[in-house]
Design a protein around this ligand. Structure first.
Ligand code: COA
Length: 188
């Protein structure tokens, strides 16, 4: 990891405080509660993996082992965000980010996104990519602002097994970076 020391204090537009920190195994219960607590509208655009205990534990284990890089947004009322680079040990990690409804539109997305990109640069990754549903204007604007370009569309498998046609967004970090062949969905 790189950049400012963790936990990284963040202030929402409305003045509330949150802290970005590395996800830990001890976050299993909180992360499951966070995923269960997302509204239907947010789950339609962000449900990276199932929220049962075994699945959450498996993804936290990947992160603590360094296969993935994962952060949580901690608040006084529990976890309010989850952001990660799946396959962080590979040349082109896959980015995901989502906040609880009450923490969206507060200007935190760009800060967390830039942190993940700094981490990828620091680790000399070739590129970062992601997929996002076409109607997710807020996310698309944010991704384009930090340099992602749309490469086309892919079928992404959501955390509940739905297959969703999404925009593939790519951000090269090295001059010769090329998008890899990949399955879009939770790593198995
Ligand atoms: C996407 C997400 C991470 C962005 O983080 P955020 O902190 O809410 O974003 P910001 O408040 O920084 O807003 C980002 C931009 O979108 C704009 N925006 C905010 N609400 C918007 C809306 N309803 N429609 C269009 N644009 C919107 C903001 O104005 C800002 O652009 P600007 O700085 O040029 O004005 C967050 O909203 C979220 O978790 N959404 C639900 C899950 C999700 O969509 N995850 C991504 C899946 S690919």
């Amino acid at each position: 990891m790189s950049g400012s020391a963790l936990p990284l204090p963040l202030v929402a537009r409305d003045g509330r405080s949150a802290w970005l920190r590395a996800a830990e195994i001890a976050d299993a219960e909180g992360l499951a509660a966070f995923l269960h607590g997302l509204s239907a509208a947010t789950r339609a655009v962000f449900l990276p993996h199932a929220a049962d205990e075994a699945t959450v534990h498996r993804y936290l284990s990947r992160a603590t082992a360094g296969v993935d890089l994962a952060y949580v947004l901690a608040t006084d009322a529990g976890l309010a965000g989850y952001a990660f680079l799946w396959d962080f040990d590979q040349p082109v990690p896959l980015l995901g980010i989502g906040f609880a409804d009450a923490w969206q539109g507060q200007g935190l997305g760009e800060k967390v996104l830039r942190r993940l990109l700094d981490d990828a640069r620091h680790a000399r990754r070739a590129a970062v990519e992601l997929s996002t549903v076409p109607g997710n204007t807020r996310a698309l604007r944010l991704y384009e602002r930090v340099g992602f370009v749309r490469l086309g569309d892919v079928d992404n498998v959501a955390g509940d097994g739905r297959v969703v046609r999404e925009h593939r967004m790519f951000l090269p970090l090295q001059p010769d970076a090329r998008p890899p062949e990949r399955h879009f969905g939770p790593p198995v």
